[in-house]
Design a protein around this ligand. Structure first.
Ligand SMILES: [Zn+2]
Length: 143
């Protein structure tokens, strides 16, 4: 039954997809989500493999704290080569948090892989929208 054997690449893709799909399937949309640093790092790794083929370099510092006028933001310091992500302490639910983590990860990709890209919400940014949808996430500017 050779025709039913997926290639190794397809199998890897399915494994990554399943992990994220399992997480998304179990989300309680009514339950607020309070991220912590270790969960954020774990989800970063899952999304890195599910969406970015593992190409993203690690984030040097995750912070959880109150932020004004934003749910999260990404910062990159060219001089020190330090990348940081900051998240507010509470999200509507885990899905909202994962959408936003993915959003910040696109900025990380723009800055570290696309030298000519400003890192804004431009066409480079929205190129990821379809991939997000395939993985069950939403890539938006407002959440
Ligand atoms: Zn953004």
């Amino acid at each position: 039954m050779i025709e039913f054997l997926a290639s190794q690449k397809q199998q890897e893709y399915m494994a990554r997809y399943k992990k994220l799909a399992t997480i998304l399937r179990d989300v309680d949309y009514k339950k607020p989500y309070k991220p912590n640093k270790s969960n954020t790092e774990m989800f970063f790794n899952i999304l890195n493999y599910a969406i970015f083929n593992g190409k993203l370099s690690p984030i040097d510092k995750f912070s959880i704290r109150r932020i004004r006028d934003a749910l999260a933001y990404y910062e990159y310091d060219e001089e020190t080569d330090i990348a940081q992500m900051t998240f507010k302490p509470k999200f509507k639910n885990m899905k909202q948090f994962l959408d936003i983590l993915g959003h910040e990860m696109v900025h990380h990709y723009q800055i570290t892989h696309q030298q000519k890209c400003s890192g804004n919400h431009n066409s480079y940014f929205f190129k990821w929208k379809k991939k997000f949808e395939q993985m069950g996430l939403d890539l938006k500017v407002r959440y």
